[in-house]
Design a protein around this ligand. Structure first.
Ligand code: MEV
Length: 337
């Protein structure tokens, strides 16, 4: 039996545009998905998930997911969760050359599903790592990140970047542009997250941006402008001392870029009333910048604020279900005792 955890993430900048090869900077946060894998004697997969916003479910199947029994949780959410877990199992079987391996899998997650905090990437990364380890074929981090990307790519019908899975595997702040993925050295940034209790459908949101981009040249320009924001932000981060507290000037400049990034994402139609309300509440409370994080449509915002004001103010914002300070997770995927 092996237990592995992997972190969720927030996007400092660049979601959606990263799907088209523009750079993005996601940052891993100390909210983890934990997957335990145990080998079975048959080729079945039994999945038990206590969290994942699903009120808990247990599913056992053999062969394909079509053999799943009905369970008492909303089918779309179940399909989403099972799709990622299935894809992770397939990647692990392939990596270890063990096509008939069966597993008992338990998923525990502090990361709400579809809320922009990288829950699916964290489950996939931890799942592949745990399953390959129990098969005695642990992967190096690059291969793990690649296989996790393949799994997301498949589940999201080819609409995925490497950003979420690379960030969850490596931890810390990373830069992703197309296939080019690197770790960044950044100072610790004072992230505050607001969560509206909801979720967006990543596949649909990515498809809607693609349609806009294909239809209107100015939408394609908007995607490119997000890439320019990321490049400007990266230069600011590169000049900062990773071992010191970020200066007020850095936070203020990053905040401006974050605000513009949110405006452009909103122009591309991926914000929502609750996300906009939380973004404005954070700014009015004194946050240096606030934007949606992840695919949008509902879920989370991320703000930069050193004081406690934003978190407190979000707590009293209508439509905000939870707010918390998110520490940068310097460690990515890791084996738990
Ligand atoms: C979703 O967390 C981030 C998107 O950019 C999609 C992706 O990068 O795969 C919207």
């Amino acid at each position: 039996m092996t237990t592995v955890s992997a972190p969720g993430k927030v996007y400092l900048f660049g979601e959606h545009a990263v799907v088209y090869g523009e750079p993005a900077v996601p940052c891993a946060i100390e909210k983890r998905a934990t997957v335990t894998a145990e080998l079975r004697e048959d080729d079945h997969v039994r999945v038990e998930a206590a969290d994942l916003s699903l009120n808990g479910f247990v599913v056992e199947y053999a062969g394909t997911t079509d053999h799943r029994p009905d369970v008492d949780v909303p089918q779309p959410l179940l399909d989403a969760a099972m799709g990622y877990i299935d894809a992770a199992v397939q990647q692990a079987r392939e990596a270890a050359d063990a096509p008939d391996a069966g597993f008992d899998i338990t998923v525990e997650s502090e990361i709400p599903l579809g809320a922009g905090l990288g829950s699916s990437a964290a489950v996939v990364v931890a799942g592949i790592d745990a399953a390959t380890r129990v098969l005695g074929e642990p992967l190096d981090l690059r291969e793990l990140a690649d296989r996790a990307y393949n799994a997301e790519y498949e589940v999201q019908d080819g609409q995925a970047s490497r950003a979420d899975t690379f960030c969850s595997t490596m931890g810390g702040a990373v830069r992703v542009a197309g296939d080019d993925c690197t770790k960044l050295s950044t100072p610790t940034l004072p992230f505050v997250v607001g969560f509206d209790g909801g979720a967006g459908d990543t596949g649909k949101l990515v498809a809607s941006v693609r349609e806009l981009r294909d239809t209107y040249e100015f939408a394609a320009d908007t995607v490119e402008a997000i890439g320019d924001i990321v490049s400007t932000g990266e230069s600011l981060l590169a000049e900062a001392d990773p071992n010191s507290e970020p200066s007020d000037e850095l936070i203020s400049e990053l905040g401006d870029l974050i605000n513009i990034n949110h405006g452009l994402l909103s122009a591309l139609g991926v914000s929502s009333r609750s996300l906009d309300t939380m973004v404005w509440a954070a700014r009015e409370a004194g946050a240096e910048g606030a934007k949606l994080t992840g695919a949008g449509g509902g879920g989370c915002i991320v703000a930069l604020d050193r004081t406690a004001e934003t978190q407190t103010s979000l707590r009293y914002t209508p439509g905000c279900e939870d707010s918390f300070r998110a520490e940068l997770a310097t460690e990515g995927v890791r084996v738990e005792d």
